[in-house]
Design a protein around this ligand. Structure first.
Ligand code: GCU
Length: 594
């Protein structure tokens, strides 16, 4: 117990020590400049760029000098976006790529300046005007660097070294069933603020309350004690709070907001205004989420999660999704399927997807990419997992759509893994007491003696919600008629079937009994059998088929059936709905939600 306590204190301290938390919601601020567009790029296959000082972006002027690199006239890459899908020769690239661009800045009316990255995979090192400003590891959460003293009036030169090598001590690690996209995947901002600015805020319903809005504001700068106004006009709220000498103020506001729910995802315009008249705008929904025995309750009412999984990928473009248009395409297909829930596999996806999903009334399971083979023995990996969890919860704590934070996917029980996941689950509750904490397990085992699935995994005892990934009829043949299979997994809490399904090629018909046919009929039959089996899961609170679209994966090497694609999509990579799509559509249309 003592070890555990020491570790837990370390965790909290670790968070405090490197709590360089990024600016909350750049999308809701004035005085931001998107640095998206065409950047110059150098493929640095042997990682010689730092030694060769690429970051200085020099031009040879002296007669006797010459340089063996240059950004002017180099490859051009779109930002945001993965580099793999922009040039055929980069399809499989893993290593260093250097990005560079110039941009104009006006320092006159602003005291402080930050460069904010919404997401770079997997590691970014950043220089501004030849000076290193910092680096960040983790491909799916924001980070920023203050550049107030380095930014020039007028022309500035930013250089970013991106690395997407897979490494044993990274998260995810050496292999994972999705494409190893690298690059500056998401939006990049120059954010300029007053000397003291609104760095962070949380505005949500207080846990288990429907008429108390609670939260906090956090200032950053010299004048930390000031009056800040939290305004929600539609609720006639103009709450003035006084921040303490750390710039922090918490509050509770009595109100009767219309509660957010899938059928009526009510959002309120919220503004936070400082004494310097800086204003941050957001759209916030108010709802409760809780567990009662083996039920999930939304605003006190039992809810069944009609879900689907998807990767952050646009199959037709062979690349990462990153824009509002991409989010619209994905979410439109989710709502067409009749869903009220999504699992953003297997990492925090970009804010455009999260915000649009919330606006469409979709509840969200969001997770950090602790996917299968993670090096849990390495304390550095624990620290990285803590950072990723902290950054995910920090970024999305105001998103009513998010109901579940998940800490792992299909990790194997061991003393090391159990301790890391226990720490992460406790940390998630520590950081946010308003949402549920889950994990996805593939280790329920079938006992042929009793025709029953059981689970032996201590972590399943301490999560609020158990996710089960079980591919009956695919990775495991049916041991008996689906209707005879019983489930005895975590009966004291809600169970979500977070992954099930199989592969099929759109247009391949017939052979409904042959797995190796890759036929739509085999997939359709497998779905019907799974839905039959689900009737016997007493604590089933949701289903989420794997997966909405066929997606790219180096795991999948069959020359005709896969060609580098995981074909478990309900929809093909060309956007064609397979027969199994209609099975799920019918299931969600007719399921009794109570
Ligand atoms: C696993 C895993 C997914 C993977 C899927 C599959 O359950 O969570 O990331 O793509 O199975 O094998 O297709």
């Amino acid at each position: 117990m003592k070890i555990f306590l020491i570790t837990f204190i370390y965790l909290i301290l670790a968070i405090g020590l490197n709590a360089q938390s990024f600016i909350m919601n750049p999308y809701g601020r004035d005085n931001t400049k998107l640095l998206n567009g065409k950047w110059n790029a150098i493929v640095d296959q042997y990682s010689r760029g730092e030694k060769k000082q690429f970051y200085l972006n020099q031009i040879a002027t002296e007669d006797t000098k010459f340089l063996e690199y240059g950004f002017e006239g180099a490859m051009r890459l779109d930002v945001p976006g993965d580099f793999n899908s922009q040039y055929p020769e980069l399809k499989y690239y893993e290593g260093d790529i250097w990005y560079q661009r110039y941009f104009e800045a006006n320092k006159q009316n602003h005291k402080r300046s930050f460069i904010y990255f919404a997401g770079v995979s997997y590691e970014a090192t950043v220089w501004l005007n030849g000076k290193k400003v910092g680096n960040h590891e983790g491909g799916f959460t924001p980070f920023q660097f203050e550049v107030t003293d380095l930014l020039k009036e007028g022309k500035n030169d930013i250089v970013v070294k991106v690395n997407n090598n897979r490494k044993k001590d990274r998260i995810p690690a050496m292999n994972f069933d999705w494409w190893n996209y690298g690059g500056i995947l998401r939006d990049v901002f120059l954010v300029q603020t007053p000397d003291t600015f609104i760095r962070d805020y949380k505005i949500q319903l207080k846990k288990n309350e429907k008429k108390i809005i609670s939260g906090y504001v956090q200032l950053d700068g010299a004048k930390l004690s000031q009056q800040v106004t939290v305004s929600i006009p539609e609720l006639k709220i103009e709450k003035i709070v006084s921040t303490n000498n750390n710039g922090y103020a918490s509050f509770e506001i009595k109100a009767k907001p219309k509660l957010w729910n899938p059928d009526s995802p009510k959002m309120y315009n919220v503004s936070i205004i400082s004494e310097q008249k800086e204003q941050v705008k957001d759209e916030i929904g108010f709802r409760n989420i809780s567990v009662n025995g083996d039920d999930i309750l939304l605003n006190g009412e039992k809810v069944f999660l009609k879900g689907v999984n998807f990767h952050e990928e646009i199959p037709q473009r062979l690349g990462r999704a990153y824009s509002t248009a991409d989010a619209a395409m994905i979410i439109e297909e989710v709502t067409a399927l009749g869903c009220n829930f999504i699992r953003t596999a297997h990492y925090p996806q970009n804010e455009h997807i999260i915000r649009l999903a919330e606006k469409k009334g979709l509840m969200i399971w969001e997770e950090i990419p602790l996917w299968q083979g993670i090096d849990f023995k390495n304390p550095v990996v624990l620290d990285k997992a803590i950072n990723m969890l902290r950054e995910m919860i920090y970024r999305d704590k105001n998103r009513a759509g998010i109901i579940i934070w998940s800490v792992a996917n299909e990790t194997k029980p061991s003393n090391y893994r159990d301790k890391v996941l226990t720490d992460l689950i406790n940390l998630a509750h520590e950081l946010d007491d308003t949402r549920l904490v889950g994990a996805a397990f593939d280790n329920p085992r079938y006992d042929p003696e009793t025709s029953t699935f059981n689970i032996k995994d201590d972590i399943s005892k301490i999560v609020d919600v158990v996710g089960v990934n079980k591919y009956m009829g695919w990775y495991m043949p049916w041991p008996t008629d689906p209707s005879n299979i019983k489930w005895n997994v975590a009966l004291d809490k809600p169970l979500i079937m977070t992954e099930f399904g199989c592969e099929s090629l759109y247009g391949k018909i017939g052979d409904k009994d042959k797995a190796h046919s890759w036929s739509e009929d085999y997939q359709k039959d497998l779905y019907l059998k799974n839905l039959e089996m689900f009737k016997n899961i007493p604590n089933l609170s949701g289903t989420s088929p794997w997966v909405l679209f066929d997606f790219r994966s180096p795991y999948r090497c069959h020359p005709k059936n896969q060609e580098g694609w995981n074909r478990k999509g309900l929809i093909s990579d060309k956007g064609q709905r397979k027969k199994a799509w209609f099975v799920m559509k019918n299931y969600y249309n007719n399921i009794d939600m109570k």
